[in-house]
Each structure stands twice: as C-alpha cells, then as structure tokens.
Design a protein around this ligand. Structure first.
Ligand SMILES: C[S@@+](CC[C@H](N)C(=O)[O-])C[C@H]1O[C@@H](n2cnc3c(N)ncnc32)[C@H](O)[C@@H]1O
Ligand SMILES: [Zn+2]
Length: 318
C-alpha cells in the first residue's frame, strides 16, 4: 500500500562517512551533491540501508512472492518446502506475530497498556525499531494519531507487515501437522489510515532518521538480536527528542549467532541504567518479570521472562 509519513529521512551513507546528515528527497535520493546516492525500493518497501552489503545482497534475502494482501501471503506460506530456510524464517516470524497480534491480550497491547498508555506527553511521531511484522507499530498507530515508522532489516517481515496494514488482516504462518505451514488470519486492531505508518528496510546501527526526531522510540526483542547491542542502544537513544521516551523489552539472553559474545551486555540494572544515562536518558519505569510466550507449535511453547524498561531523555542527544 502507498503509505508514507512526512517524517524526513537522512542518508545513512553520508552519516557513516562523515557525520553529515543530508536529507533524502524525491525517489530516496541523497541531497548531498557529492553523494547523490539513490536508495532502492523493492516490492513497495523503501530501503535506505547501507550497513551490510549491497542492494543485490539484500534482494537475495527477500522472498520471491506477491504480498499484496493476506491472501498473497497465505499462498506463499503454503508453498514453502518443509525445513527450508524460508520455512524456518516464516515459522519464526509466525511465532512473534502470534504473540504480538493474538487477541485479546497480545504482547503488543500488554506492553502498550503497561508502559505507554499513561505517558504525560502526546505522541506525534514514533519509530518501532526491529519492528518485525509490525505488531507494536500497529498498536502505536491504533492508539494515537501519530506517524509511525516501522524499521527492520528483514524485507520479508516488512512486506508481511505492509500487506497486513494495507488489508487490515495479517496472515500468520503456523505449523499445523508438525511439518507443514499454513496461514491463520487475524484482524488488525484498526482500519489502515493512509500515510500513518511507513515501513523501512534499514539498519538499526545506522538508522536513516533524524536524531531527537521522535516522541517515542521502541525496540521490542531487538537489542538482544543486534550485532552490536551498545551501538544499537545508542542509536535508539539518539532518536528520542528531549522529554520523549524509549521503550526497551527483551529477555537480555544473548545468543552467539546474532551477537558475538564480546558484545554481550550484563543483565543488571547498573549496566543498563549507566549506558542509558551516558546516552542522555534516565530509567523511569521497569518490569523485570514481563513474560510472554512464543508457540513453535500449539504444543511446544517457549516462555520468556523479559526486562522491560522505559527511559526518558533528560539531555539533548550528542
Ligand atoms: C526477535 S525479532 C522481534 C521483532 C518484533 N519487534 C517483535 O517483537 O516481534 C528481531 C527483529 O530485529 C530485526 N533486526 C535484527 N538486527 C537488525 C538490525 N541491525 N537492523 C534492523 N533490524 C534488525 C530482525 O530482522 C527481526 O525482525
Ligand atoms: Zn548521501
């Protein structure tokens, strides 16, 4: 669906090179004449992404499928060969989508109610980092008139999120006989409002977004999957405007394929509070027993007890 917020994007290539921040203008082109890089769009998803490899590498990771709506996603899910990489990815996406969209008390709505519903600010702009299939992005959009960016490195997840947002229904991959996947459809909590949500394929370590630009930044199950958690955290913090908030939620349980052990952060309050403080934020609320389940099959569930933290920007970002 054609959906673009008015939130300005900046060129991640220029920022990586010399810390200048030229805007991306029409057709995602860098306004710096020395750069002029034009970022691609694949199947409707904008890709202001430079951190790993090239567009060709990125496109190779994406699904060759028509994802115009939930039906398109469902057809694709049913074609996946058991235990193929796409099947594994779809299954993992389905586990998180179930947790986030499952009614009546989804993970997204429980996090929203616990940490965001009573904030003393009006949320006009928000970015959901590592949004996956967009459960929390959609939750934010459903409660606020705000513009929301859903940002993730996975084009496949974003295309599923976009199809769901456009059609008001998400097709969630689920295992139904131990080996095959099928799609289970569930409605979104609101009708799509054109222009309210924009999905971006980008890298959280170098997001194409303005520092201080957002009333609310969320990172749900992201920091523990980031290659460089401290950098991801610093970038997430830098996006928060003075007086704005950062919501983090993850089990702080690291795994080697996602994050090299030398980057693992200790799971204690002092480490996280000190890092957030260094990045200009203070922790204002937390819940170290925030639980949710991921169901690999209806009979095999993982329960996570996560750390959920809310922090507020007290000094300007550097
Ligand atoms: C465990 S999933 C969580 C997705 C969603 N927030 C949720 O809670 O369901 C982690 C997500 O982070 C994304 N991710 C990992 N590293 C990233 C990076 N460097 N930049 C952007 N997204 C990233 C993955 O593609 C994946 O969608
Ligand atoms: Zn540039």
């Amino acid at each position: 669906m054609e959906a673009s917020t008015s939130i300005a994007l900046i060129c991640p290539r220029c920022r990586a090179a010399d810390r200048a921040f030229p805007l991306l203008v029409d057709e995602l082109t860098c306004s710096n004449l020395d750069c002029g890089h034009a970022y691609p769009t694949l199947a409707g998803t904008d890709i202001p992404f430079v951190a790993v490899g090239s567009f060709e590498d990125y496109a190779a990771l994406d699904a060759e499928a028509s994802f115009s709506d939930a039906d398109g996603v469902a057809v694709w899910i049913e074609t996946l060969e058991t235990a193929s990489p796409e099947w594994e990815l779809a299954l993992r996406i389905g586990m998180y989508a179930t947790a986030h969209y499952e009614k009546p008390r989804s993970l997204a709505s429980r996090l929203y109610d616990r940490f965001i519903a009573d904030l003393p600010i009006e949320i006009q702009s928000a970015v959901d980092l590592g949004c996956g299939v967009g459960g929390f992005s959609v939750e934010l959009a459903s409660h606020n008139e705000c513009e929301v960016i859903g940002l993730d490195a996975s084009g496949l997840s974003l295309r599923m999120a976009d199809a769901a947002w456009a059609g008001g229904t998400i097709a969630i991959p689920e295992l139904y006989d131990g080996v095959r996947l099928r799609a289970r459809s569930t409605g979104l909590p609101l009708p799509a409002r054109a222009g309210q949500v924009r999905w971006l394929a980008a890298d959280v370590h170098n997001p194409p977004l303005m520092a201080h630009g957002f009333d609310l930044v969320s990172a749900i199950n992201l920091i523990d999957t980031a290659a460089a958690p401290t950098i991801a955290l610093r970038q997430a913090a830098a996006l928060v405007r003075p007086g704005g908030y950062l919501l983090l939620a993850q089990p702080d349980a690291w795994n080697r394929p996602a994050t090299d052990p030398e980057h693992w952060l200790p799971s204690n309050h002092a480490t996280w509070d000190n890092l957030l403080h260094e990045f200009g934020l203070e922790t204002v609320d937390r819940d170290d027993g925030f639980t949710w389940e991921l169901a690999r099959t209806p009979r095999y569930r993982f329960q996570y007890t996560s750390h959920a933290r809310l922090a507020r920007r007290i000094t300007p970002a550097s």
